[in-house]
Design a protein around this ligand. Structure first.
Ligand code: SIN
Length: 315
């Protein structure tokens, strides 16, 4: 008989893993977020004997992920992780913004139990559906003794929340941990661990309390050849509170854009730098010029870091 302490809760939020297409050979012309989480779990025979509870938290294409859904998801994950008989929580999620949700949940909850995000690159109706194996691997991580923190489990690889990046729009092995390397590989239900689980101090749910519609607006702008300051000026005029600039190379910014960012900063808007390079972190010019926390984050994750900072400053 299974120990009652080994219950896994699976929270569904939609994505391609819950997607359907009219034709089993169609891997791009499908509709995401169509199948309920209980039905997805029930379709995986090896999970039949595993104590699992399902909850549908949202049902969306993750390109449309929003702050209200993040707040609700964090609250539901925290609730289930706090239950004594729950050993871990899995979140099924679209791949497009999975790295953002993973980073958000790690910063807010940094749980002492595993909180595992997974999804799929092929819809559930596909001849090549990868969702069932990814979900099976995610449940294995959620049940792994000693596992903790937020991870992304995809194509047999376990990525840390801050390191995970979607690096390919089509291939099944769409995620990478970049320079950091993966935490573990999931192989036939067993984990081959390479390094430590994610650990950080949680901000707590209070940090994201209040109506998300009132959260400070933080946007991303990108530096590129021929850049101007027009977008930044328009964002400032529209009331933006924070800006992340995705700089070229080592976080460099076109002079026209930089001039607009300087104007924004002078008017009270917070400005942070990230790099638009796919991997690596911004390297400081000197010890005195210590890189900000956003230096090693993707621009999308740096946006979340700044949002959380502005929320903290507000309270
Ligand atoms: C989504 O992000 O919801 C759609 C794409 C995917 O899950 O791969």
């Amino acid at each position: 008989m299974q120990s009652p302490e080994r219950l896994v809760v699976v929270l569904g939020t939609g994505g391609t893993i819950a997607g359907t297409a009219a034709d089993a050979g169609d891997n791009v012309g499908y509709t995401a977020a169509q199948i309920g989480i209980a039905q997805l779990v029930a379709a995986i025979p090896p999970l039949a004997g595993v104590p699992i509870e399902c909850e549908q938290v949202a049902q969306l294409d993750s390109k449309d992920m929003d702050h209200a859904t993040w707040q609700h998801l964090a609250q539901r994950a925290a609730y289930h992780l706090g239950r004594e008989n729950v050993c871990g929580v899995v979140v099924t999620h679209g791949t497009d913004t999975m790295e953002e949700t993973a980073y958000f949940l790690q910063r807010v909850l940094a749980p002492a139990k595993p909180l595992v995000l997974t999804g799929a690159m092929r819809p559930a109706t596909s001849l090549q559906a990868d969702g069932p194996q990814n979900l099976l691997d995610a449940v294995a991580v959620a049940r792994e003794p000693g596992a903790r923190g937020v991870t992304v489990v995809f194509a047999g690889t376990v990525h840390g929340a801050s390191d995970a990046r979607k690096v390919h729009p089509y291939r099944l092995d769409a995620f990478s941990s970049g320079d950091a390397g993966p935490i573990a590989y999931a192989e036939e239900g067993r984990l081959r661990r390479l390094r430590d689980w994610p650990q950080s101090d949680p901000l707590g749910l209070d940090a994201i309390a209040g109506d998300p519609a009132t959260w400070p607006r933080v946007e991303i702008v990108m530096s590129h050849a021929g850049a101007s300051g027009a977008v930044v000026d328009a964002l400032v005029a529209s009331g933006v509170k924070g800006l992340v600039v995705a700089g070229t190379g080592n976080g460099k910014v076109h002079r026209e854009l930089q001039a607009a960012l300087d104007r924004a900063q002078a008017s009270g808007v917070r400005v942070e730098r990230a790099t638009r390079c796919a991997t690596g972190a911004i390297v400081a010019l000197s010890d005195a010029d210590a890189p900000a926390e956003s230096a090693a984050l993707s621009p999308a994750q740096a946006r979340i870091a700044l949002l959380l900072e502005l929320l903290a400053a507000r309270s």
